[in-house]
Design a protein around this ligand. Sequence first.
Ligand code: ZN
Length: 225
Amino acid sequence: MADLIFFSGTMDCGKSTLALQMDHNNSTRGRQGLIFTKLDRMGDSVLSSRLGLSTPAIEVHDDLDFWDEIVERLTSGARIDYLICDEAQFYTPLQVEQLARVVDEMGIDVTAFGITADFRTELFPGSRRLIELADRVQLLQVEALCWCGRKATHNARIVDGVMVVEGEQVVVGDTAAASAGLVEYEVLCRRHYMRRMNSHAARAAAVSPDVLPFDLDVCPVPPPA
Ligand SMILES: [Zn+2]
């Protein structure tokens, strides 16, 4: 019986590393699979992990139909036992539905990996549909840490060193668009996410002699915009 499984977590929690490991484990058992990804940090058609490993992958564009893609490959003689789907938060809800159909009607295992919520703490549409449809949702066991040492549960977007909570949902990191400034991401605990206290802001607060960055009174929750 095939399953649709969604491994979720924050950024930096090792999702792509686990995706690569899972592909390796399957292929050494003689199973044949396909690897999909979208907007990987290393560029098109590659799945890469922060630990330095990478493998070729099929880039998921918005017009890719998983059902048609798999039917075409099976018809031309390929054997497919499983799909590894990385960066699944960027897939469309329709593509997630196609993946569920591939599981149910073709008996192919689909394991998806993705971030649940964006830098505004809102669910990505692809992740929302996966949570709704998956046979099993599993939180990654390797936890990313906030600069304060607590478990990091939120993804923050940093533009030119300053945390922002408004903007386009998808802006891939390490890009310096002329208008937008340098976009980076940092994982934070909820407490420091709510107080817009990224590591840069914490360092700035710490150089002031009479305040501690951990003191919540010096970094109150900003009023709603
Ligand atoms: Zn923290």
